[in-house]
Design a protein around this ligand. Structure first.
Ligand code: PMP
Length: 339
């Protein structure tokens, strides 16, 4: 029975775990998706926005009328804006001027004040979105800079919520956890909890071709030659995030734009799961290591957000074609609407 809640924030956390039935056909073991789009802000970032802000309140850092500052145009921005509205805070987001207008409109619709900063300047330039966010936070009394890539409370929020939920939902039977790492908070926070329960659980990180994380995991070196442009938003990075705890990761898998895009469409068309691009990337990674699973494997895939945010990307046939992801390769996964 549906519950009654005092405000939208009470719906954050406790997302469902749903069996994958068709997209893992032929693979040994059981596969489940942790559907983070069931959070009210439609992504896993609701968890960190709520936890980081409430933690700052407990520590006395935030008082009524406070200002929350961050540098994201993506899921985290939306989640912070949502939490700020309910709690009566102002939300300021410094974002790249390359951000699509629809994304900016999305954040503004949620009450955020958006500062556009030039994309083509180094991170230490005073005009960069990092420096602008830092400066606003420093100059604004009663403010908090979320700084999700380097905030340990990001990781801790998943230790407190995502990890315990998965343990209970699988009745302790989970054998593998697979997740894309951006800040690394989701995968490694959940992994820290799960490994305390059972150190045998295998933790598999997913990185993008074009990001430095896998190579750093394998060699301990940040190799600038690894950095290349790529389309999947939310996973991988050109820096090593402080929120990522490499010690709990057993293996890293690299995935590329094209198969991840097809896999995202497959999830919609075969499982009726309207999820984002990194969910497809996560499925691609699971398929790449299918030889490591057996009949007793209970594999949890982290699906971070909702597919509605990608209508002009993976769910657009025109976009797919513009990337050279051609109709013939779509294997019947093209949408009827435009083809
Ligand atoms: N997928 C998407 C769509 C995201 O926005 C993010 C967050 N950057 C991730 C995956 C990765 O989550 P995390 O930052 O917790 O590693």
């Amino acid at each position: 029975m549906a519950g009654t809640y005092n405000n939208i924030l009470e719906l954050i956390n406790n997302t469902p775990l749903v069996r994958l039935n068709r997209v893992t056909e032929g693979m040994k073991g059981e596969f489940f998706a942790k559907l983070e789009c069931f959070n009210p802000g439609h992504s896993t970032k609701d968890r960190i926005a709520l936890h980081i802000i409430e933690n700052a309140e407990k520590e006395g850092i935030l008082k009524p009328g406070a200002t929350i500052v961050e540098t994201t145009s993506g899921n985290t921005g939306f989640s912070i804006a949502m939490v700020s509205i309910v709690k009566g805070y102002k939300c300021i987001l410094a974002v790249s001027d390359k951000t699509k207008p629809e994304k900016i409109a999305f954040l503004k619709a949620m009450g955020a004040k958006v500062f556009l900063c030039p994309a083509n300047v180094p991170a230490d330039d005073p005009k960069s979105y990092y420096q602008v966010a830092k400066r606003i936070a420093e100059e604004t009394p009663n403010s908090l800079y979320i700084n999700q890539y380097f905030n340990k409370e990001n990781t801790h929020s998943h230790y407190l919520t995502t990890g315990p939920e998965i343990w209970e939902q699988t009745q302790g039977k989970i054998t593998h956890l697979i997740g894309c790492t951006g800040t690394g908070g989701t995968l490694t926070g959940a992994a820290e909890f799960l490994k305390e329960k059972n150190p045998q659980i295998k933790i598999i990180g997913v990185d993008a071709v074009g990001s430095v994380l896998k190579k750093y995991f394998d060699t301990g070196e940040l190799d600038p030659n690894e950095i290349k442009p790529y389309q999947i938003e939310g996973l991988g990075k050109n820096l090593i995030p402080g929120a990522l705890d490499f010690s709990v990761v057993d293996q890293y898998i690299k995935v590329s734009d094209e198969p991840s895009a097809y896999a995202t469409r497959e999830l919609a068309l075969k499982e009726a799961m309207m999820v984002g691009y990194t969910s497809g990337a996560c499925l691609v990674a699971a398929r790449k290591i299918e030889d490591t699973f057996n009949e007793n494997s209970v594999v949890v895939l982290l699906f971070p957000d909702h597919g509605s945010r990608y209508m002009t990307k993976v769910f657009s046939d025109d976009w797919m074609k513009s990337q050279g992801f051609t109709k013939s390769k779509l294997n019947g996964l093209e949408s009827n609407a435009t083809i």
